[in-house]
Design a protein. Sequence first.
Length: 348
Amino acid sequence: MLGIWLALYPETVGPGDPRYPLGGGIISEMRKHYFLDNYCIIAAERRKRPSDFVVAKPASAGTSTCPFCPGHEGRTPPAVAVYKGGETFSDGEADRIKDWDIRVIPNLFAAAVPSPTPPTVQWIALPGFGYHEVMVDFRDHFATAADFSLEHMELLLKVYRDRYVHYRYMTGINYVSIFKNRGLESGATLEHSHSQVVALPIIPPIMKQEISAIADASFCLYCNVTDREMASERLITRNGSWILISPFYSQSPYEMWILPRTHLSNLEDLSQEQMKDLAALLRDALMRMKTLLDDPPFNYIFYQLPYDYHINVRIQPAVTKIAGLEKSTGVYIVPVPPEEAASELRQA
């Protein structure tokens, strides 16, 4: 397998190679994505400790004006799904279900809508068709996902799977994006913990790149990554079904990926045991990040496709700024080598 890897990616280096930043002592390295033509710069001369990432914590707006807090259900559109006591309901137009565990509501500021107006521009444009929902995923206004119990994290993953299945078979929908933004720097506009699902008529360019690379290979590229990283210094932890790594190619310091140890394309493919293991490892990852980086803003994103893919979850703390180089080239500067980040996260 190593021969295949080096033949495909001759730019890849590792410990013992004089170009390797930790073993060879150089101060900078340009790293290639595992199988895409994307690059990042590991700028070891900018190496930072976790305490160097100081992110200002905005003053809390509190619960009185929060539309997601219990008792304020009437401030949102009726929920399309309400999870309560192990059962699923939906709100009435005038009546809102109380004492919920998780609510799924239409996004008032949707990126895509079921009945868009026709485009009028002269360039290539499509109607903004799609669906955009918010999952109010915890009752406590001040809690973060790292505070969720294992049981609640399992419920949240069930909600993700339910919404994914709801949209993946819908006519006109070709991609379902599930993600969480936490904190202003990550793009979250409300403090109360929530996740989002956006169902789109297009396959995003990043996924098209991955589909193309996977189609050209004679083996699953993500299975290869999983097998190799399971024995690398970038491994943070693992359980029976999943591994947690600091990826060789990263877009942010302390980025983490969760990968299944067997080939699974999407959340619908997961067994009950695999769902439980994913909930445990996602919770573990978030707790490590919160401990090490003092509860930073972050994004986590589920990457999945209906078939011929290898589902993965990417967790990216928003502790550095995206500036000129990143915006002009797509090459990200990462001041903490992933090997060092993995070591610190293992101890968190």
